[in-house]
Ligand binder design. Structure first.
Ligand code: GRF
Length: 185
């Protein structure tokens, strides 16, 4: 049984996509939020998955005491300091083609910048924001006349497909097929 912690601060749509993908598989999830009122915890409740409010300052103690095969960040709005990063294998999903457009609000930043291709990146977490080694990326075309809203919908749809596959690759060594992702676009 693989143990996976998913940390999020908000909506939790990626967490839900991951939980549904691994339903009935040998993976035990724990959903953790730094915010007691985050919708991600409500999603966990509905899915019947262990859920916990862990204030940011208690994260070191929590991850030092509770060991996971993988820690997955999904909309977690805090930056782990170096001592926390060393406690586990931690990954994140980011809605751009890193190293372009690091930080927050980047779907809109990319849209307004005039680039014709953006996308989604899954990467390891280190102490610098959105800077760890890249694990997987999928492009999303910004077509002429595409609205920001349509681009956001496409990016999130790709995230929900890519993140479970990247996690599966890391947990079970299963190679994933980038062509399957491209065909999905
Ligand atoms: C996603 O766009 C992810 O790339 C970014 O934060 C957002 C989280 O969305 N890191 P959700 O909470 O999974 O719905």
């Amino acid at each position: 049984m693989k143990k996976v912690a998913v940390f999020g601060s908000g909506n939790g749509s990626n967490f839900q996509a991951i939980a549904e993908y691994f339903k009935d598989r040998d993976v035990e999830f724990t959903c953790i939020s730094d915010r007691q009122d985050a919708f991600i915890l409500e999603r966990a409740r509905k899915l019947g998955i262990n859920r916990l409010h862990v204030p940011f300052k208690e994260t070191y103690n929590y991850l030092n005491t509770n060991k996971f095969d993988l820690v997955v960040l999904a909309g977690y709005m805090r930056i782990f300091p170096a001592n926390v990063v060393k406690l586990a294998k931690i990954i994140n999903i980011h809605p751009s083609l890193l190293p372009s457009f690091k930080g927050k609000g980047v779907i809109e930043t990319a849209y307004n910048s005039g680039v014709k291709v953006t996308g989604v990146s899954v990467h390891y977490v280190n102490e610098d924001v959105d800077s760890g080694e890249i694990i997987a990326q999928v492009p999303v075309m910004i077509k002429d006349n595409m609205t920001l809203e349509t681009l956001e919908t496409s990016i999130h749809a790709v995230e929900h497909k890519l993140y479970p596959l990247a996690i599966e690759k890391l947990l079970f060594n299963k190679p994933f097929c980038i062509d399957c992702m491209i065909n999905f676009l």
